[in-house]
Design a protein around this ligand. Structure first.
Ligand SMILES: Nc1ncnc2c1ncn2[C@@H]1O[C@H](COP(=O)(O)OP(=O)(O)OP(=O)(O)O)[C@@H](O)[C@H]1O
Ligand SMILES: [Mg+2]
Length: 263
């Protein structure tokens, strides 16, 4: 925490029960703070929503999703609608973890891949498509435990839908046709993109496509040239999930079982 952040949040109390410590994330509809619970001293991540419907949406997804060790959960449930979610605190995003560590060993890569696949499998088993699986929506703590977070774009079968999620990890079929109904396999493409980051230590080439800004071109390039030009570190998990043809893409359950079989 910088001195500026300390002074900015010093003594600020929310919900009468938490001292804000620092700002740890800023999204389109929310700001996330590290906060300590006054009575216990326990640390939480408090997500403050600027939009009430976004708050109700994410809260509804999280309170109805049974607990899983690889999915974020509400640490302190509040019935009062004050646009806050009090979440279990995780130390950093997978993005920051990869950048900080620079080189991950195979055990770490497989452990993170397995945990994320397991969390996604749990979502899919409960009919939730996450739709925004990226390295900034995967959190990790000091003992290597991984949790999927940010259910703000999640989809349940009875909901309406529109395009969602970060374009650079969006499955090619959704880049080319924004009207497709969400399917579980779209998460598995995004999962594959995260795994590429994990195996190439954050040097992912698809960021190079972004300046163009034309995501249909990105999808066409992926579809015609295969998945970019990554030759090194093409782990089988990447081959299983970055399949252009969605019907050939592995499910989360298949990835979990594959990783179990090689460990
Ligand atoms: N439980 C948590 N523990 C630690 N940090 C968290 C937690 N939840 C969120 N964060 C941090 O806050 C950031 C934003 O959180 P989240 O993705 O849930 O919000 P968002 O408003 O949907 O953001 P965006 O629109 O940028 O995806 C995360 O990328 C992460 O850095
Ligand atoms: Mg996010």
């Amino acid at each position: 925490m910088t001195t500026t952040e300390q002074s900015e949040y010093h003594n600020e109390t929310i919900l009468n029960e938490f001292h804000l410590q620092s700002k740890i994330g800023n999204g389109s509809f929310s700001t996330v703070y590290k906060a300590s619970e006054i009575r216990s001293g326990e640390i939480f991540a408090v997500k403050r929503f600027s939009d009430t419907s976004e708050y109700y949406f994410e809260r509804e997804i999280l309170i109805n999703l049974p607990y899983h060790k690889n999915v974020i959960y509400i640490g302190r449930p509040y019935e009062i609608s004050q646009n806050y979610l009090v979440l279990v605190y995780m130390d950093e995003t997978l993005h920051d973890f990869i950048k900080r560590k620079k080189v991950l060993n195979l055990d770490e890569q497989l452990s993170i891949s397995a945990q994320l696949a397991s969390g996604l499998c749990h979502c899919h088993d409960n009919y939730i498509i996450h739709r925004d699986v990226t390295v900034t929506n995967v959190l990790i703590n000091a003992i290597g435990e991984v949790r999927l977070c940010d259910f703000g774009c999640a989809y349940k079968p009875w909901m309406g839908f529109s395009a969602a999620g970060a374009p650079y990890t969006r499955a090619p079929e959704y880049l080319l046709d924004k009207c497709l109904k969400p399917e579980f396999c779209m998460d598995m493409w995004s999962y594959g993109c995260v795994i590429v980051d994990l195996f190439v230590n954050g040097e992912t080439e698809w960021y190079d496509f972004l300046p163009d800004g034309n995501y249909r071109n990105i999808a066409k390039t992926i579809s015609t040239k295969g998945f970019l030009t990554i030759q090194h570190n093409r782990h089988p998990i990447i081959e299983m999930t970055l399949q252009i043809d969605p019907s050939k893409r592995a499910t989360a359950n298949e990835v979990v079982r594959y990783i179990e079989s090689i460990q």
